[in-house]
Write a protein that binds this ligand. Sequence first.
Ligand code: AMP
Length: 257
Amino acid sequence: MGGLLMNDRATWLRGPGAECSVKPPVVAKAYRLVLLGAPGVGKGTQAQLLSQHLHACHLSTGDVFRAAKAASEAASAKSGKLTPAMNVAVACMKAGRLVPDATVVEMVQERVGCLKCGGGFILDGFPRTVVQAEKLERLLQENGLQLDGVLDLVMPVEQIVSRLSGRRTCVECKAVYHVTGRPPKVEGVCDACGQELMQRVDDKPEAIKIRMAAYERSTAPLTAFYKVRNLLLPVDATGTPEDIFAQALGRLKAARQ
Ligand code: AMP
């Protein structure tokens, strides 16, 4: 699997029945990374930049749930229905709540081929709980793989909330913009593919509050989980996307020496 611009992430987004249109690039040593950080710190942007640079596929669990929701809506006039588990996942996502661990884990397990991919991966939004992190650790071990690092993007809460409310995402290629911080060339239109930009339902104010609380309760403990495993690489996420990216690359290089 290649980077976002080179790859349609078909297998990840639609499940193991779908084949990626681009074969994984041949890389000397693929990167296998996790991106941690509260919603709105810019994980998606950094995942895209890292994916383009390292040629590892950007694997976002949130994108899988949004793709399932969009597919079910597109097919709703016909027989297209989501599985009961996916229905629960979509309802949780809309409300800003975490999807149950069992559902997320099953979804990732089905896509283990993406974790084994020769191009490597950048996990974004998974794991989000200690249960998920333990499961990922076992899944990688069973397949003779290990993480190279866990980049933890750190930012004060007030800044996160203002960022989330201005975020816009491309309906087609999922590129991420911000109305003031990273505006597209033409308002409401994606620079990369020309499709419409939209505000995610879970970026509405009520959902943001619930997501931040869920993060503090469930995801923040993951920093300790990875710290004891000597994998945690903290990155100050308050600068420009380019600054943050440079810092992240520096951290990765240092960790590989
Ligand atoms: P994200 O795009 O990563 O912010 O994810 C959007 C939404 O999808 C989250 O607010 C959750 O409802 C759901 N979600 C995505 N990944 C996970 C996960 N690993 N565990 C639980 N819920 C998740």
